[in-house]
Design a protein around this ligand. Structure first.
Ligand SMILES: NC(=O)c1ccc[n+]([C@@H]2O[C@H](COP(=O)([O-])OP(=O)(O)OC[C@H]3O[C@@H](n4cnc5c(N)ncnc54)[C@H](O)[C@@H]3O)[C@@H](O)[C@H]2O)c1
Ligand SMILES: O=C(O)C(=O)C[C@@H](O)[C@H](O)[C@H](O)COP(=O)(O)O
Ligand SMILES: [Zn+2]
Length: 361
């Protein structure tokens, strides 16, 4: 087991290992989850992992129905949630039946949102298949859909019964998807664990090739960081969980201002981390060497650090709708050293404007 999340309603295991999808029948039995279950997956993953999950469950007498969504961020909508509700009603789904999210963060956020709201809440289990979902999205119970105006603007805190990550699934993940997933784990290093940044620098190539031993170790470390933060501040009320939003103010704004079609989530976060680091440096929170170090590492993982051509007004508008806005002002997560972050409410608007202009070229 990589970690345990403790929350207001209990606790759950976060597991990362090889071949877990084929063991799902046993794992659900251990969790006391019976037949039937409802698998939500996407079109890229149904044949690879959805069916394997279904077979593993059937071996233990658990019937599994599957709903397949189109792959990608544009699927995180209320209208797709509605389609899933109607499918569940058609199957006479009950409060005791579980939903299984088999996929990346999009599947996890959407399926979790449906689980949180259908019949006012049914059990759900996260079976993350992408790097972003394993190291971050599947853990912590932030479930949501997007609005055209902004990312994750409608959602809930709703914890899964377990996170069961099959690291073997990463062997089929594309290079771009891998990089943007590692961006979230690199973020965990910069905000909370300086040694993790060292490890990323030392083993960048091995991690980009998903070499099993080192990758599994880093995934588990990243999972443990996320689980610890969520356990301390489940609902982001204590200035602790908010630190996980490093890079997300600009990142989310870039995603929504480009209709969720140009940047993958981790790419937006990468650009946003660079924006936040440059502003922190100008404000004297840290030196230029941290900006440069973060830049070098993100580039080694083929991550973008600028967003040429995006409309500044669109970004500004999207940032004004960020969930961290309080009393009309944004709260920014910034580093004060490698491995440590802080929340700032005093970032000058002119500095934000100038930085955004530099980012879009
Ligand atoms: N709830 C949270 O705490 C949290 C944290 C981080 C990210 N997120 C959300 O997660 C989403 C990003 O997640 P993502 O990057 O996984 O996106 P995604 O779910 O769109 O997956 C990216 C692509 O990879 C494919 N894929 C996934 N696993 C695969 C595999 N094993 N083999 C081959 N292809 C595979 C998917 O089909 C998709 O095309 C965003 O919506 C983001 O906001 C949420
Ligand atoms: O779990 C969290 O808390 C995070 O902020 C993790 C982020 O990586 C993730 O993208 C999350 O979905 C963003 O949350 P939001 O509250 O900004 O929508
Ligand atoms: Zn994120």
């Amino acid at each position: 087991m990589a970690a345990t999340v403790y929350h207001s309603g209990g606790s759950y295991p976060v597991v990362a290992g090889w071949g877990i999808i084929d063991q799902l029948g046993d794992r659900l039995e251990e969790l006391g989850i019976g037949s039937p279950v409802y698998i939500i997956t996407d079109e890229n993953l149904m044949n690879r992992y959805g069916r394997r999950a279904q077979r593993a469950l059937q071996k233990r007498g658990i019937a599994a129905h599957c709903f397949i969504i189109p792959a990608g961020e544009p699927s995180k909508t209320n209208s797709l949630a509605q389609a899933i509700y109607e499918w569940l009603v058609g199957l006479r789904a009950e409060r005791g039946h579980a939903i299984l999210a088999v996929g990346g963060g999009v599947v996890g956020d959407l399926a979790g949102y449906v689980a949180a709201t259908f019949l006012r809440g049914v059990p759900f289990v996260q079976v993350p298949t992408s790097m972003a979902a394993m190291v971050d999205a599947s853990i912590g119970g932030k479930v949501a859909v997007n609005l055209p105006q902004g990312k994750n603007l409608v959602g809930a805190f709703y914890q899964p019964k377990a996170v069961l990550a099959d690291v073997e699934a990463l062997s089929t993940l594309g290079k771009r998807e891998l990089s943007e997933g590692w961006a979230e784990a690199i973020k965990h290093g910069f905000i909370m664990d300086a040694n993790l940044v060292d490890v990323f620098e030392e083993h960048a190539e091995a991690l980009m090739n998903v070499e099993p031993e080192i990758s599994t170790e880093i995934i588990r470390r990243s999972m443990a960081i996320k689980a610890e933060v969520v356990s301390q501040d489940e609902r982001e009320t204590l200035d602790i969980r908010i630190l996980l939003n490093y890079g997300h103010t600009i990142g989310h704004a870039l995603e929504s201002s480009t209709e969720y079609g140009r940047f993958m989530h981790g790419e937006g976060v990468s650009i946003g981390m660079m924006g936040a680091a440059r502003m922190a440096c100008e404000m004297g929170l840290h030196g230029q060497e941290i900006v440069d170090r973060q830049y070098e590492l993100l580039r080694r993982f083929n991550l973008p650090t600028t967003a040429q051509g995006v409309d500044v007004e669109d970004i500004r508008r999207a940032m004004s709708l960020d969930k961290k806005v309080s009393g009309g002002a944004n709260r920014w997560v910034m580093l004060d050293r490698v491995g440590h972050a802080t929340v700032r409410r005093d970032v000058p608007v002119e500095l934000v404007d100038r930085t955004v202009r530099e980012i879009v070229g």
